[in-house]
Design a protein around this ligand. Structure first.
Ligand code: NAD
Ligand code: TYD
Length: 350
């Protein structure tokens, strides 16, 4: 094999699309998916590629420094693409420490492991840290996040991601580690765990359950189709400038209420329901504490320097996403059984 790459969090939502992109596009690379399989990790996400000879799965927890080092010594990766994380803001509000452990300590464990195995020979090596636009905090009604925007996280999730970004840069500045970072806007698409807004609403529309909209629904997010995020990661991993960050987004802002109405409109059509029926499920609920008003990415740098652009419009991506959930209701049934019910009850019914 020409290269070996460890992708952490490869059984999760975005990670599984990144693993698929790399395994199929680069048969000459050995792709090692390292994931501890938390509630958010699901090997069913990778059923179609798990038989391929350039793919290996390893169950491991990035908070376990010794185990991580042993794996890195065994596989000697040339590259790391780091996505493993606790990723849900609402869960970070009830259990911040889990976010510190995985997102901060776990990231530092990976940085230490590559430092040890790469020694000071960084030729052909790269550590790609996958982060979020939420590190920048909130925008008012105008403006966009650029790579120069100061960090100003508000939730325990975004604070832990901001901290991990700082460690990655510190290892570049202090030890010369070859790193790149990407800070992406909200993703949507197949295999998204139904604790996040879009898949939660798809699941509830299918089951005629209320669609919980926090506060007045005027909060704005910038949405990117997950496969377009995977394409951006491929581009930055291979062509990004050492030590640089790249914001990733598609200039696609929606208020939550408008987005859910569009989702209802498309689902009424696909389910042959009369127009407006799903929107009747919309239900305004108590706001999330510390809720950021607006995120919006200025993607000029990645577009200009690396020639990036998204492959689908939001309407197309949303339509593909709904079709995937309609065709994979067994996936949805599996992930919403058991512990999901406890989470849902605590978050929405108490
Ligand atoms: P996810 O929650 O769907 O998946 C996370 C994966 O990490 C799971 O497979 C889980 O099992 C694994 N994991 C968690 N803790 C681990 C540990 N201690 N050791 C090993 N594996 C562990 O998350 P996602 O939405 O796919 O996000 C992936 C990355 O992208 C995260 O770093 C997140 O901060 C970032 N990101 C997400 C979004 C988004 O909209 N979802 C946007 C921008 C950036
Ligand atoms: P989410 O999908 O949790 O992503 P993030 O918090 O990382 O942006 O939430 C997207 C937006 O939708 C955010 O403004 C919170 C809001 N939201 C609701 O209104 N209701 C919900 O049930 C959820 C999960 C989110």
């Amino acid at each position: 094999m020409e290269k070996s790459i460890i992708i952490t969090g490869g059984a999760g939502f975005i990670g599984s699309h990144v693993v698929r992109e790399f395994v199929l596009k680069y048969p000459e690379y050995h792709i090692i998916n390292l994931d501890s399989l938390t509630y958010a990790g699901n090997l069913a996400n990778l059923k179609d590629i798990e038989h391929l000879t350039n793919y290996t799965f390893i169950k491991a927890d990035i908070t376990d420094a010794q185990h991580i080092l042993e794996i890195f010594q065994q596989y000697q990766p040339d590259g790391v693409i780091h996505l493993a994380a606790e990723s849900h803001v609402d869960r970070s509000i009830t259990d911040p420490l889990a976010f510190v452990m995985t997102n901060v300590i776990g990231t530092v464990n990976l940085l230490n492991a590559v430092r040890i195995i790469w020694k000071d020979n960084f030729e052909g090596k790269r550590f790609h840290h996958v982060s979020t636009d939420e590190v920048y905090g909130t925008l008012g009604v105008s403006g966009l996040f650029t790579e120069e925007t100061s960090y100003d996280p508000h939730s325990p999730y975004s604070a832990s991601k901001a901290s991990s970004d700082h460690f990655v840069r510190a290892y570049h500045d202090t030890y010369g580690l070859p790193v790149v970072l990407t800070n992406c806007s909200n993703n949507y698409g197949p295999n998204h765990f139904p604790e996040k807004l879009i898949p939660l609403c798809i699941h509830n529309i299918l089951n005629n359950k209320p669609l919980p909209i926090y506060g007045d629904g005027k909060f704005t997010r910038d949405w990117l189709f997950v496969i377009d995020h995977a394409r951006a990661i491929d581009l930055v991993f291979h062509k990004g400038k050492n030590g640089d960050s790249y914001n990733v987004g598609g200039f696609n802002e929606w208020t939550n209420i408008d987005l859910v109405k569009e989702l209802c409109r498309q689902m009424d059509k696909k389910l042959n329901r009369s127009e407006g029926i799903s929107a009747e499920l919309i239900s305004f609920v108590k706001d999330r504490p510390g809720h950021d008003l607006r995120y919006a990415i200025d993607a000029t740098k990645i577009n200009g320097e690396l020639g990036y652009s998204p492959s689908v419009t939001f309407e197309e991506g949303l339509s593909k996403t709904i079709d995937w959930y309609l065709n994979n209701q067994d996936w949805l049934d599996t992930v919403t059984s058991g512990v999901y019910q406890d989470y849902y009850e605590k978050q929405y019914l108490k």
